[in-house]
Design a binder for this molecule. Sequence first.
Ligand code: KE4
Length: 427
Amino acid sequence: MKRDKSEALFEEAVLRIPGGVNSPVRAFNAVGGQPLFLKKAKGSKITDVDGNRFIDYVLSWGPMILGHAHPKVIAAVQKAAASGTSFGAPTPLEITLAERVQHKFPSMERVRFVNSGTEATMSAIRLARGFTKRDKIIKFEGCYHGHADSLLVKAGSGAMTLGVPDSAGIPADLARDTVTLPFNNLSAVKKTLEAIGDQVACIIIEPVPGNMGTIIPKEGYLSGLRELTKSFDVLLIFDEVMSGFRVAPGGAQERYGIQPDLTCLGKIIGGGLPVGAFGGRLEIMNHIAPLGPVYQAGTLSGNPLAMAAGIETLALLETHRLYEKLEAKGASLEEGMRDAAKRAKVPVQINRVGSQMTLFFNRSEVKDYASAAKSSRKRFASFHRTLLELGVYFAPSPFEALFLSTAHSPGDIDKTIAVVYEALKNI
Ligand code: KE4
């Protein structure tokens, strides 16, 4: 595969940008080689600067559920841009997107838009601390909630990929207020709340983790978490930045029928532009400035371009049977990859929820950080390299998820299964 333009650009990029990338997981450290520099994308395909085309399963780490450059989303952004890109003042578009979000997430009685998932989760935990007047938070090993200081403890995604789940630069006193527990283990939560429950402001969780690879919540786990948090007056925050509008129109809280106190969103609600959101119960959200004492702000929050992209995206997601079709695509890819692994005699685990899944090189069930971490990084790196050579683009990390879009055709999926078989055969 020709890569000389990407290589030349990478040489330039590293002289200006740390590691040549603006987000670590893009650096290809986990799979070897250098990142491909992309030129354009359309539907399910991406094209790099050397003209190589790939079937894309990263989809910008989740947002592009309608495929890249959807004509209606592009038109909506172009139209909004013609009237100005940012005013720093309220616009009608913010109300429209808020209504679209609340239509699917009724638990979000009030919603505040921000510019990233990190801002959403950072603001949500500050709000939880301000509302409860407690300092400790509980998160789960391998869950990634963005890079706010309190949340970069035993984190997943790029932190897990690079083997730095606990970042440098986090004050010890702050990290001490973050308790991390294993996912899918209710008794660990119960024991911790019995010991320090009156000091805990919130539990923040990816209800369907995607940042240690995709993990499926055990039957009764999320509802058990809801009961425990209620009995200890601890707020339950669902970080649905990835799962929101992905695992169901109303995210994991719809799929599993759980009502959190606060929800964080991002990715899909921005249709590929920078948007995050946090929201929840009215009595909690009334503590957010300018109504209450918990400060949170943002120059570009609610900017018209991002709102326009989000509004159009969520409107298109209302298309009849869209999620049934995504589910069917997910099932077909999962079955095809399972069959390929069987034929290639390579032991793998595949965890799938709807149109999001992860293939682990692991002989046993992957149900939490400890089991995910046992997956073979070496095998994944070899697998990823072959996929790339044969025109399929998975996330360059064994601890991420792959995503399908409405633009992925049966032909794309068939080709992917054939390429996966080749890659598994050459492991
Ligand atoms: P951002 O700040 O990257 O917009 O969102 C942080 C975040 C919060 N919560 C969840 C559940 C997330 O998955 C994320 C971000 N996801 C990663 C990929 N798994 C973003 C990719 C990257 O870091 O470049």
